[in-house]
Ligand binder design. Sequence first.
Ligand code: PLP
Length: 379
Amino acid sequence: MRFKTKAIHEGSGADPLTGAVSVPVYMTSTYAQERPGITKGYEYSRTGNPTRKALEEAIASLEECRYGTAYSSGMGAITTLLLTLKSGDEIIATSDLYGGTYRLFEKVFANFNIKTTYVDSLDDLQKIKISKNLKLLWMETPSNPLLKIYDIKAFADIAHEHDAMLVVDNTFATPYFQQPVKYGADVIVHSTTKYISGHSDVIGGAVCTDNEELDQKIRFMQNAAGAICSPMDAFLTLRGLKTLAIRMEAHQGNSMAIAHLLSTYNNVKKIYYPGTVSSPYWDVVKEQMSGYGGMVSFELKGDASVVEKFLSKLEIFQIAESLGGIESLVEVPAVMTHASIPKKIRESRGITDTLIRLSCGIEDTKDLLEDIRRGLESC
Ligand SMILES: Cc1ncc(COP(=O)(O)O)c(C=O)c1O
């Protein structure tokens, strides 16, 4: 089956009991056993639930992985994966990261003696001395919020030379535009809150892998720590997933048109968008991605007051954290999604007070262009 067909049919199928074509919401905490220990495959919903299982199978299949697990949030997914490490283990992560992931590395797992070192590029990674305690290389590609692209295959090769694993946070690209296992990634994580569910009505996360031994460890931890995706959230996410392909095409059409519009304005200092030949990452983009997604970041000339003016003129883009939903959102990473990164570190990484991140929805392109034009002409 090809992607669009899989997105609709994988994990679903007529319900054996009623023939329902849509996976029912199994809203149950426990399952009656015929005799103690004799079950129909489910014993307790933290351990397993048919609606969650359908979602887990669907996401894993779209990522070309054999195994998937679903969680109550993207952070729940990442936490569960990190819980498979032990004190003394080390992580190397690319520096442009979602602020919450950075906070989890620095403020939570650092307390358990799991150290994270940051690199900005493949060059940086090749220059540093890699510890024998390295367990995970971690990347977001495209990254949040600067949309940097990292070479999955080159990072995976380095991870494997050191007996470590490469984790790719594939939230921005989704498996529709990028399937990291094809380039050697060992683990894929998602905030399914974003494009996968796609309608800004659910918080969720997922971990996918093709490595059976690792999946066993993750599944053990999913049950032990308990940050599971609820049946209702699994249902909503599964419903969103079915239209992922057509939504991603529409998001991308709008992001391309907006990136182009931004390039025609003098008051735009810098545009971060992977989908143009002028992108510094174009060679890697062409190699590992089949599209560029729906995100565009840019910096305005001037100071924070210019950003205020720009935002005050927008009528369609709503000021909100999150991304990947059908409606267009705008945010200022320095004071919103990335505020948990100390100012000095944030600024050294390029997250300035005038950086704006757009999540281009699937509204009419002309309306979105008019909205952005309105904002830019006011400042
Ligand atoms: C790239 C990325 N990974 C992980 C997360 C965390 O996901 P959640 O908010 O679903 O916990 C986010 C949230 O914005 C994100 O952007």
